[in-house]
Design a protein around this ligand. Structure first.
Ligand code: ZN
Ligand code: ZN
Length: 381
């Protein structure tokens, strides 16, 4: 085990030094593919761009389980100054996908060396999770037809949760993400003569406030939803009123009906405010991530498997309003997504001071191994 932990730590720090943005994971994918080939697995590269799929088969069962990790980094400048800090300026593994990749490589090594299952394990290393594009790219490239599997499991590290702890839940665990941009067009002019034009700063500010009423006044209090305005940009300057403003942001929800309601209310509010102020509004609304829906039976199975290798498991943890590309796989095959602790001292995800906690590498690997062995049990009929 000590040898494996050292190896995984080496892989993780090497990946951390060389982060690559979504669909640019050439070095990472080569590293993953070479490492898996060295373990004796069948490896296919270039699935959905830079995706890698490896297959390990034992026994006679025709059941197959997929285990998935993500490989991409973020356009964030690292501030950790660790020995293994990013050597690629402006890019860093600030979401721990270096750790996820290393955990799954570790699981592949354990399963390749020790077996303990009857059937096929597919190891899926996906590109471009942060964009919400990589899973669909692999699916569109024939992932499921070429490398069929009956169930799929994925993990994400969780800052704040102690190392060795696991959280999952049946049903909706992570939200959809929609993004929006509302462009207001009026007539800019001299700051001293607002009456001579149709400035858009005042309606833009009214719009920002009014959008807050979608969740507080329109969405059923029993539903979870978030509408966040994150940017307000204008073409004004200190002494000139803007004639154009863009209000941008992001919305989260767990049901398509709620997402549709948010969009409809946003369009209604934008056109009402535009009418009231005598300006034009144009709304662009798009759906980037779908909600992540765990299969209830498999969430229970995952919780039981996790309990074998974890200090604590909460199999009915609260859902969170972040989003995950793993959800795309679940539109085709049932599965379960879960969180494992990155430690109470961990910086938050997407923070320039974040680092994956190497103390949780073995836990992550063992979670993958345990669920694969449980679901491909040699004793099952
Ligand atoms: Zn992320
Ligand atoms: Zn992530």
């Amino acid at each position: 085990m000590k040898d494996l932990i050292e190896r995984m730590t080496g892989w993780r720090r090497d990946l951390h030094r060389h982060p690559e943005f979504g669909f640019e994971e050439q070095r990472t994918a080569r590293f993953v593919a070479d490492t898996l080939r060295d373990m004796g697995l069948d490896v296919a590269e270039g699935i959905g761009g830079t995706g890698v799929v490896a297959t390990l088969q034992r026994g006679t069962s025709n059941r197959a389980i997929a285990l998935r990790a993500d490989m991409d980094a973020l356009r964030i400048t690292e501030t950790t100054e660790s020995e293994w800090a990013s050597t690629s300026p402006g890019t860093m593994h600030a979401c721990g996908h270096d750790g996820h990749t290393s955990c799954l490589l570790g699981a592949a090594r354990i399963l390749a060396q020790e077996g303990g299952f009857d059937g096929t394990v597919r190891f899926i290393f996906q590109p471009a999770e942060e964009w919400g594009q990589g899973a669909q790219a692999m699916i569109d490239d024939g992932l499921i037809d070429r490398f069929p599997f009956d169930e799929i499991y994925g993990l994400h590290n969780m800052p704040g949760l102690p190392v060795g702890h696991v959280q999952t839940r049946p049903g909706a665990i992570m939200s959809a993400e929609d993004i929006f941009e509302i462009e207001l067009t009026g007539l800019g002019g001299h700051a001293s003569r607002p009456h001579a034009g149709r400035e858009v700063m005042t309606p833009a500010c009214a719009l920002v406030l009014e959008l807050q009423t979608i969740v507080s006044r329109r969405v059923d209090p029993g539903d979870i939803a978030v509408v966040s305005v994150t940017e307000l940009l204008t073409d004004g300057v200190r002494n000139a009123l803007p004639g154009k403003a863009r209000v941008m942001g992001d919305a989260r929800s767990f049901r398509p009906e709620v997402s549709a309601l948010i969009e409809a209310e946003m369009r209604r509010i934008a056109s009402g405010i535009a009418l009231g102020h005598g300006v034009e509004a144009h709304v662009t609304y798009s759906r980037e991530f779908v909600p992540l829906l765990n299969d209830p039976e498999l969430a229970t199975a995952f919780g039981e498997a996790a309990a074998q290798v974890s200090a604590a498991v909460d199999a009915n943890a609260p859902a969170i309003t972040a989003s995950e590309d793993f959800a795309r796989f679940l539109a085709h095959v049932r599965g379960c997504f879960a969180f494992f602790g990155n430690g109470e001292d961990s910086a938050p995800l997407h923070n320039p001071g974040y680092d994956f906690n190497d103390a949780s590498l073995l836990h992550g690997a063992c979670l993958h191994v345990e669920i694969a062995r449980q679901r491909l049990s040699e004793r099952s009929v």
